[in-house]
Design a protein around this ligand. Structure first.
Ligand code: ADP
Ligand code: MG
Length: 277
């Protein structure tokens, strides 16, 4: 992919206008994901506090907010990895029940920071785990892995290497490939680029964005970087203390902040605008 060829937005309201819109389904289609009044506490800590959100099929959304604001918990309840204390999760128009969680995890790619790869398995071994469990033969697994290596620009030889023998960017590509192996309808990414150095991160931002646009899946990506959020999605959901503070475009957050915290969050994001090298 044309890594590094696209220019990325700084934190300006006009940046939102440069982010292409993703196709969305008609009003008649069920939402890919929906939270209805979802709360989840850990002891005294409200990780999610009465959150209601809809994610239409094919839409791209970025969840932003400070550390501890509930972003990861939100993804985890959508996947059935955590169960809300109250409220409902709906997926493709049906309320999520514990019996559907295994099937759901096969339809949703989940990618976490650092990738979460098994160190004792090669990249291909990591990619093969779930498909092998589902009865795919070796040829089919390798063919799919090679397709995804091309999509994510992983050098083919890297498939035979162990995670410790890959660069951080390559490990993150393998983690993304693992999330895509079963061709899921949706991708939930939890700070997928958080562990990378700025140059690799910039390159992978371009590549991920191109992959999102090309595949047209429902994408929810967690990041605490607003420029990255606006690059990936035209809809930003800002969370604080387990609540949604604002749900809108970058322009809305910058020009029509719902709360003084939104302005503080926006202003806390440094940019190098005006600084010449
Ligand atoms: P974020 O991803 O925005 O950093 P999290 O969803 O991970 O936030 O966490 C929200 C809050 O819930 C934090 O205060 C965190 O410490 C707490 N929390 C999350 N997971 C657990 C857990 N398994 N046990 C106890 N507390 C948790
Ligand atoms: Mg998190």
């Amino acid at each position: 992919m044309q890594a590094g060829m696209q220019s990325q937005p700084t934190i300006t309201p006009s940046a939102a206008a440069r982010v292409p819109r993703m196709p969305t389904t008609s009003n008649a289609s069920p939402e890919a994901f929906e939270l209805r009044g979802v709360s989840k506490r850990y002891g005294a800590v409200p990780a999610l506090d009465d959150v209601s959100l809809r994610f239409p099929a094919g839409s791209n959304t970025a969840l932003i907010g400070s550390s501890g604001s509930g972003k990861s918990t939100l993804l985890r309840v959508l996947l059935g990895l955590e169960w809300p204390d109250s409220g409902e999760i709906w997926v493709d128009g049906a309320m999520l029940a514990p019996t559907q969680v295994l099937a759901l995890r096969r339809r949703v790619g989940y990618v976490i920071q650092e990738g979460g790869l098994f160190p004792h398995l090669t990249a291909l071994g990591n990619l093969a785990l779930l498909p092998h469990h589902l009865g795919w033969n070796r040829d089919r697994i390798r063919q799919r892995a090679e397709e995804l290596a091309a999509l994510t620009h992983l050098p083919p030889g890297a498939l035979e290497r162990y995670p410790a023998e890959l660069s951080g960017g390559q490990r993150q590509r393998v983690a993304l490939m693992r999330g895509l192996m079963l061709n899921p309808d949706a991708l939930l990414l939890d700070e997928p680029l958080g562990a990378l150095d700025p140059i690799v991160r910039h390159e992978l931002q371009d590549e991920l964005k191109a992959i999102f646009d090309q595949l047209g899946k429902t994408v929810i990506v967690v990041t605490h970087d607003m420029a990255e959020a606006a690059w990936f999605a035209d809809r930003l959901v800002l969370m604080r203390h387990g609540k949604v503070v604002q749900d809108g475009r970058l322009d809305d957050l910058c020009r029509r902040p719902a709360d003084p915290f939104v302005t503080r969050f926006v202003q806390a994001q440094r940019t190098l605008r005006g600084v010449s090298p």
